[in-house]
Design a protein around this ligand. Sequence first.
Ligand code: ZN
Length: 304
Amino acid sequence: MLIFLDGVGLAPDDPASNPFSTAETPTLNALANGHRWLSETGIQHSDRATFVPTDPRLGMPGRPQSASGQATILTGLNIPQTIGEHYGPRPNLAIRSILAEDNLFKRVVARGGTAVMLEAYPPPFHDAVNSGKRLLSSYQQAYAEAGYKLFGESDIFSGDALSVDWTGEAWRAHLGYEKSPVYTPIEAGRKMVELSRRATFAFFSHWWSDTVGHRGTLSEGKALLELFDGVMAGALEAWDDDEGLMIITSDHGNLEDLSHGKHTENDVATVVIGRDARAFASGIRTLADIAPRVERYLFEPAAL
Ligand SMILES: [Zn+2]
């Protein structure tokens, strides 16, 4: 399972701007061998996980952006170099063409596996996409190119999908539902793992972190990290380290520096959890290293 967090990088320890400096995140810290997720943390190994700072800049100047970063994560190609810039938030024609031709979801299917994107989107999102008013993000398009449909309202109610905020509070608070399911963070983390077992390759995308990075406060940033910490506590409880790998990564920095509302040029954290975490993480330098290693791990693990 790959847990994608939009806009979460590694910055210096600064309680005035970096929510990672002060949030209560025992589970996240345990995944970095007892350290907070900061730029000075470096590579860390613990019993269950390897934490590896990862380059989202990819040799191109400027602030990394979502469409090119996500497409890099899901193709293993250096998309900013290929198209000549960091681009986002939604993919341009060049990125869409690359994703249509080849991406990790398509490869998983072509090699006989299955994929699932675990978060659901509400009816207005589907309506806007179907009417052509809204472009899919890079990861959503990559999934659709493999022949899959994004989950919607009925999948939230049937328990076959999770909300992008994991707990489902957002469907009640922001989308006006009165009876949609709500889970505690721990329950949502457990459920995310249970649902991930339905496919060879599961992907959960959380975009709220980038929104908080653009216009959130420090206390909103801390609250989000504490929510994610609870989700990961549940996920780690349910996850069997022998069943595969759970990977956390991001497309670019943002949330870790709330002194401004722009993306950063910081490294992002890639966290790999599971028995083969160390071997998998040993090949990770940039966002382009993730997709080929996922494919190899799933289909030729001896070659990792
Ligand atoms: Zn952004």
